[in-house]
Write a protein that binds this ligand. Sequence first.
Ligand code: NDP
Length: 598
Amino acid sequence: MTTALVGKEATKRKYAEERAKRLRADGNDQYVRLEGKFDDLAIDPHTPIQARDPVKDHVTFAFVGAGFSGLVVGARLKEAGIKDVRLIDKGGDVGGTWYWNRYPGARCDTAAMIYLPLLEETGYRPTEKYVRGPEIRAHCRRIATQYGLYEKALFHTEVKTIEWQEADRVWRIKTNRGDDFTAKYVGIGTGPLHVAKLPGIPGVESFKGKTFHTSRWDYDYTGGDADGAPMEKLSDKRVAIIGTGATGVQCIPPLARTAMELYVFQRTPSSVDERHNHPISPDWFTAIATPGWQKRWMDNFVENQGRGFPTEDLIDDGWTEITRRIRERVLSLPSDQQTPEGMLAAIEDADLEKMSLIRARVDSVVEDRDTAEKLKAWYAQLCKRPCFSDDYLPAFNSPNTTLVDTDGKGVEYITETGLVANGKHYEVDCIIYASGFEFGANFQLKTGFDLRGRGGKLLSEHWADGLRTLHGLQVHGFPNAFTVQMNQGANMVSNIPHNIVDHAITVAQTVSHAEREGYAQVEPTAEAEAAWVDLILTGQGSIITSSDCTPGFWNNEGQGWSKAFRQAQGHPGGAQGFFEHIEKWRQTGAYEGLVFSR
Ligand code: NDP
């Protein structure tokens, strides 16, 4: 038995105590949006807005969102012979989350070999196992260029309304740029995390210094650039950053390298494991990149996160280590303990052991004992988004960097000149919010528009009591519409693009079939949709993680899951179960649950 498990009960008590400190009655309402109150913080700092005439035409497929979803669906549609695909995005170029999030240190946290879509189709070799943001953005532009997706794209454009026109069997789309056009099909891929939020800390609007959210990084103020040039203009600045989630973990090291003084305000420490990044050599890549390689790699990652006992782990990273550790423990159980209770205990033990290693890592890296203690995460690894970094913890050894741990309470209030935490005022020149994105908001709030389907019904009404779809992708009463997102599908959080890559195949196959056979519309039956929702509700009962966990957006801020929230979870068989199901569904060619009509 490891030392971590000797103190098992004491560790679990500590987890519960730490969780209790963070629970708040206001849950998700503790946050405020940029739009409205902080409009100037929502402005696109990356690309000037170009004047253009309103568009009034017809396209076969209009897709809202030019991130990975729009790009991959667009690419697959083009391959299937659909010539006029229009991407619409509020950003000034393609890239979605990678368009906006240009904070220093941004990289993918999942291996690029499976994170970057369409590597095989574009012939692109990632330069490193985990590539930087600019390389991901360039890849997005590569896809858009190769598949001709710029031709009809509308940027800096926000969709206002999308309405089904029963007489013509088309969708009519209006935007904030005066566009008014129709499309036979629409797709929506606005991403799970695209509405930036600020903590609703008292006084948040009163600070007179410089302020921005990490998704609107202001390099004019900080100096440097997203490619990694040092932020030399911070050399005489006192900078505060609020938030130590996956974004904070990536941008705090470059800030620590350049700011005159850096104060990191922490409410809950992240678990930060080793990164193990390395360059990808052309020879190695050529050897592995045989036909079908990327699908094999993606499937292998899913298998290594799933129920089976895969013989190889191609990706071999922190994500697959989580399941490997659990698998090894379960397999080593004596036969009399191979019961459901025995297995649950083995899973818990695997996690306790891993988290004790992550805490020990803090001790081995961070020199100041008090700072090290405060950087230790006291919760199960999958309670919050696991982070991986080799330069985050060392940043706290820099003499200019101070961790302001708030013991789970957060920043108390903000003044004209700084922040107050633990009763102490910190005077600063700049406050950076690494405070994340809205997660639980309803569809319309999140996208800024609604879909008005057959009979005038709004999608937000149809989903008022929770998501209702077939395969997470199509909705009864909303013909020729595809919601490209992960809920009620694979819900694969460790490699979000895999959800999208798979949905794109279903969209392209369904649309090709309709076009080839001369159908005017396709939609799921009410029965098929209801059966899918029932199937989803047979699952474990949380979107990602348990409400017993320390609060965060992965568990509805610890508030528990209503039935409506539960409906957003994935297939009961996990990602592997969903991918297997949908692959078979596509292969039959029967389009079970869908009705095509002329
Ligand atoms: P998160 O929501 O994960 O983190 C927000 C941070 O702000 C938390 O540390 C939170 O503390 C803190 N916070 C909120 N309110 C206060 C307050 N009042 N006082 C002090 N601190 C406060 O947002 P991120 O942008 O970090 O990450 C969001 C998601 O984006 C990730 O989970 C991941 O899915 C994705 N992402 C992916 C990356 C990648 O693949 N490379 C990189 C970055 C993000 P608390 O924990 O206590 O709530």
